[in-house]
Design a protein around this ligand. Sequence first.
Ligand SMILES: *[C@@H]1O[C@H](CO)[C@@H](O)[C@H](O)[C@H]1NC(C)=O
Ligand SMILES: *[C@@H]1O[C@H](CO)[C@@H](O)[C@H](O)[C@H]1NC(C)=O
Ligand SMILES: *[C@@H]1O[C@H](CO)[C@@H](O)[C@H](O)[C@H]1NC(C)=O
Ligand SMILES: *[C@@H]1O[C@H](CO)[C@@H](O)[C@H](O)[C@H]1NC(C)=O
Ligand SMILES: *[C@@H]1O[C@H](CO)[C@@H](O)[C@H](O)[C@H]1NC(C)=O
Ligand SMILES: *[C@@H]1O[C@H](CO)[C@@H](O)[C@H](O)[C@H]1NC(C)=O
Length: 485
Amino acid sequence: MCCFHQRGHSNMLLSVLLLFTSLSCTCGENPAIQFILSNKGLQYGKHVGTDWIQESLERVTFPDISGEVDIGLLGSIDYTLSDITIIKCDLPEPTVEFYPDATGFKTSVQGLSIALTGGWRTHYHIIDISGSFEMAIFNINVVSVVELGKDPNGHLSVSSVSCDADVGDVDIQFHGGASWIFQPFVRYFKRHITNEIQRNICPNVKGILVNLESYLQSMNVSFDVDQVLTLDLPLTGLPVINASGLNLGFKGEFYNIKTHMEPPFKAQPFTMSEQQGYMFSVGVSEFTLNSAAYAYYSAGLFQADINDSTVFQYVHVHLNTTTVGKFIPQLPHMFPDQLMSLKFYAREVPVFSFQPDAVKLGFQGAVKAFALQPNGTQSPLFTLSFDSKFSGKMYISGERLKGSIQMDNFTLTLAASEVGTFKTDALEKVLTIGIKFNVVTQVNKKLGEGFPLPRMKRAQLVNSVLNVEEGFIAMSSDAEVVLTD
Ligand SMILES: *[C@@H]1O[C@H](CO)[C@@H](O)[C@H](O)[C@H]1NC(C)=O
Ligand SMILES: *[C@@H]1O[C@H](CO)[C@@H](O)[C@H](O)[C@H]1NC(C)=O
Ligand SMILES: *[C@@H]1O[C@H](CO)[C@@H](O)[C@H](O)[C@H]1NC(C)=O
Ligand SMILES: *[C@@H]1O[C@H](CO)[C@@H](O)[C@H](O)[C@H]1NC(C)=O
Ligand SMILES: *[C@@H]1O[C@H](CO)[C@@H](O)[C@H](O)[C@H]1NC(C)=O
Ligand SMILES: *[C@@H]1O[C@H](CO)[C@@H](O)[C@H](O)[C@H]1NC(C)=O
């Protein structure tokens, strides 16, 4: 801290303070979306990974190995091994485990053996000879510990904590040329090549991790959903790992692309229970849904214009002052037999809440009614406010997300009127029935058919279940990865 007392460092102090305030803002945030990888998922991932490595190893190409072997009094021999290809590889199933000590994973491969062929060429004084060789590398053991973290932009990061490799033995047979001359020196080659291979394993493991890290860094943490919504998904904190699972917390907030305005509510913490029977679980808090509702609301999208030719063509009534006049006796006298139009809009941000086994939605809206004059003018008639409450269920069946809703309450009040007051009880009853038998029935038909679960090119979800809990929904699932088409 002493340096801050010196003159000329006030700018630095300021920027350090700014850094801390900006850090404390992002650190205090509760994740609205959580992902848990269970040990079952880790082991499945390892299994798929092992198959993939086994397949990739057969296509791997090696750089030439060249060096100089000291053969004591006789000086040294330059050699090059080229065109090295794997002919056989026995990759024993590695072990992978959650490693809380390093907030990461510990992977170990014991007893990997590889058979290779290639060409050799040596240069000893003026003798230049070449031939082919066969090499077997036995008992390669590799233990690698990888740490997971979070970079300042909320990407997941990986880094190598430790890597140990040793090679049990190498067996080489030289063929062709004057290979018999060199066979006595095989033990020198062996030691040299064994060291060379051993020295290269961990840098290769680290190289893979560096590639993975730069891939993770290049991933987007923000996704545009449509013209209006963007979903922010950076990590909110460091990954949490214990012996039975990995937990990642994501921001999970929708924003209006144009305004990027924060809603006047915050994500509440929630705790998902670990489901060891499933590979992974994803929890989505009601905050995520409500941030989307807020973004749509602030973009002015919760509104709709309805007239006689839109909705009412399906129903055998017309939207005109004669029909509506049955509920407002003075209306047909003031505006005889004129078509009407309605403007629906939300008065408040619609609010979703998740409760055990139920999704609740409160929607407070209003409808402004107009008479369409023969000369094209829209004359305002009245404004009705309505408060509606819906509850629903969500579940997964046949790999589809399904649900159902019902309307629990609907109340109507007169908010303003250009045609004098009128009673709303009868209209409320008719609209309640109308909404229940038309709107709710239509929505339930759609929800009953369901929506397919998200699918990736090489992975699909199987055995998925969905539970609605206090404040969040949790989906637990297995995955099936198909590596070859
Ligand atoms: C990240 O987002 C940008 C713009 O939305 C897009 O062009 C790019 O392809 C995305 N990158 C990845 C890796 O998805
Ligand atoms: C690991 O952490 C989860 C919460 O993320 C907890 O439910 C579980 O009991 C923990 N397991 C062990 C073995 O500590
Ligand atoms: C009724 O609404 C539709 C769609 O919103 C619009 O195309 C049509 O012009 C409207 N009709 C009248 C008479 O305003
Ligand atoms: C208004 O509605 C009534 C009954 O639905 C219908 O008989 C009448 O023809 C309609 N008038 C206009 C102008 O659409
Ligand atoms: C349209 O007709 C109504 C009623 O006859 C009248 O009050 C209004 O001023 C007229 N508007 C225009 C633009 O002519
Ligand atoms: C509907 O809501 C109103 C006010 O919010 C309440 O007075 C009424 O009891 C509710 N009705 C039902 C059936 O829940």
